[in-house]
Write a protein that binds this ligand. Structure first.
Ligand SMILES: [Zn+2]
Length: 403
């Protein structure tokens, strides 16, 4: 909706009835108190926090920090002191995303179902699929675009959990009950990017792809957390945007998995030196469709097996599956199927002088990702092991595949 939609058609005056219908009494009073020009002009963005209405980076930072300090110091701004409210405010995400999550949990997002009740839009249907009423759940979870978003997202959510959750509040509660700060923050940022993409499409007719959303979520998270970390000297957070060479003498093992419904599952492993030289890659397909996190763990395990065969001494394993990194570092025994593979990984890791395993965003794990996908294109066999396959050259930037 543009400002001009709130004006009368034939004369530049506020549409009093419409404004009072859409907005609360106080909001309507404030809008109607804004003086209008005497002639039509294009809508444009104005920045509230500088005298000239022009945005400046300095004023942006100032507002950001003031807002955060304000929110951090007064966690019960709205009078809500529920656990979910506290959870939202302590997540390491930008304040605008906290506000968004809070609105989502309170069913207060301006989705078309709500807007149509207030007669602000002609119908309640989702503009993306055109088939369902756009509720909060539809916009963020059920619309085919959003449902695919979650299937492809770096969080690797369990599709059954997504479908079975009654509402976004339920889903959020279920996913965040273990209080894993990095994972929860990423989940919140991803939710926000769905809403951002929805708004860009609705208001600016701009299509933002899933991958762009993932990259945006990680970038925002990284930038915000870098500022916080600098300020607080906090522990290391997700901050990698591209593949990084390991330090001299260490070999990096990137791993990933892929599942195609009806076709099976696969893993990809890329082993590279500190020069970026590819020592070996593995691309392997399985007929069974295991759970994603199990496949991700199997990929790590296979990577370490190859590393032992190559008699490597210092290795760094990277996975874009947070669950694996988390499970590997947890002290308690994991009694699930996943736990067994994690135990194998721990056992294998003891073969090396030094061995670390960490999470990196998918964007920094491209080679392993494409190798996992590559397994489905192998004809006549289910395994590729050797040098980097030239078929993938066009997918990986040159500095990532020196070989
Ligand atoms: Zn839809």
């Amino acid at each position: 909706m543009l400002v001009r939609d709130l004006m009368l058609v034939d004369t530049p005056k506020w549409n009093d009835d419409l404004i009072r219908n859409i907005f609360t009494h106080e909001e309507a009073r404030l809008i109607l108190s804004i003086p209008l020009r005497n002639y039509w002009c294009e809508d444009r963005w104005t920045w509230h926090f500088t005298a000239n209405g022009q945005y400046s980076v300095k004023s942006g930072y100032k507002v950001g920090w003031t807002l955060e300090t304000h929110l951090t110091n007064r966690p019960s701004t709205s009078g809500d002191s529920s656990p979910i409210w506290k959870w939202v405010w302590q997540l390491p995400i930008p304040p605008k995303v906290q506000v968004f999550i809070w609105k989502m949990l309170h069913n207060a997002l301006p989705v078309r179902a709500a807007l149509s009740k207030r007669k602000a839009v002609p119908n309640p249907y989702c503009l993306r699929c055109g088939e369902e009423i756009e509720t909060v759940e539809h916009a963020l979870r059920d619309c085919p675009w959003s449902s695919f978003f979650w299937r492809a997202s770096p969080l690797r959510l369990d599709p059954a959990l997504i479908i079975s959750s009654a509402s976004m509040a339920d889903l959020t509660h279920e996913l965040t009950k273990n209080k894993n700060e990095d994972r929860d923050a990423l989940f919140a940022m991803l939710l926000w990017t769905i809403w951002y993409a929805r708004n860009m499409r609705t208001f600016q007719d701009k299509e933002i792809s899933h991958n762009e959303c993932f990259a945006l979520a990680l970038k925002c998270l990284h930038e915000y957390q870098a500022v916080r970390d600098d300020d607080k000297g906090a522990r290391e957070k997700v901050r990698v945007h591209q593949w990084q060479r390991p330090k001299e003498g260490t070999v990096k093992i990137n791993t990933d998995a892929s599942i195609i419904k009806g076709e099976g599952s696969s893993i990809g492993v890329a082993i590279r030196t500190h020069n970026g030289e590819v020592l070996k890659v593995l691309s392997k397909r399985y007929d069974q469709e295991f759970a994603v996190d199990i496949m991700e763990a199997i990929a790590c395990r296979e990577g370490l097996k190859i590393a032992t065969e190559l008699h490597l001494e210092c290795v760094e394993v990277e996975t874009d599956c947070l669950i694996i990194a988390h499970a590997y570092h947890q002290r308690q025994t994991n009694l699930t199927y996943l736990g067994r593979v994690i135990d194998d990984i721990r056992e294998l890791s003891a073969h090396f002088t030094c061995c670390t395993l960490r999470y990196i965003p998918r964007i920094a794990n491209r080679m392993a990702h494409h190798l996992a996908k590559f397994a489905f294109s192998l004809s006549g066999c289910n395994l590729y092991y050797g040098a980097f396959p030239s078929e993938l050259n066009h997918l990986i930037p040159v500095d990532e595949r020196l070989c």
